[in-house]
Design a protein around this ligand. Structure first.
Ligand SMILES: [Zn+2]
Ligand SMILES: [Zn+2]
Length: 91
């Protein structure tokens, strides 16, 4: 796995899955607490979110977008951000 100091590879940033948060649809957000681990705000209906394919954690698209410009690991679990799906999320 390649370490990219200073941010995530632009190819990965461009291909991080985005979706709109819709409470009530089971399994849309695998992250149990249903809040952004970066800004600590709860997701609300219609928020634009992004999930990290490699670990399945979910953040606001704006939060993770900013974060990925500086770091290449998940702000929640510190695993490297990659496009390959982990066992928790099948995209
Ligand atoms: Zn956030
Ligand atoms: Zn994570």
């Amino acid at each position: 796995m390649r370490e990219i100091v200073g941010g995530v590879d632009p190819h990965i940033r461009d291909n991080i899955p985005n979706f709109v948060y819709q409470p009530g649809i089971g399994g849309t957000v695998p992250f149990e607490e249903r809040k952004c681990a970066w800004c600590q705000e709860e997701f609300t209906n219609g928020d634009r979110l992004s999930s990290v394919p490699s670990c399945g954690h979910v953040f606001h698209s704006d939060c993770i977008g900013e974060y990925m410009l500086r770091r290449n690991t998940c702000p929640f679990c510190r695993q490297p951000i990659a496009l390959s799906s982990g066992p928790r999320l099948n995209l």
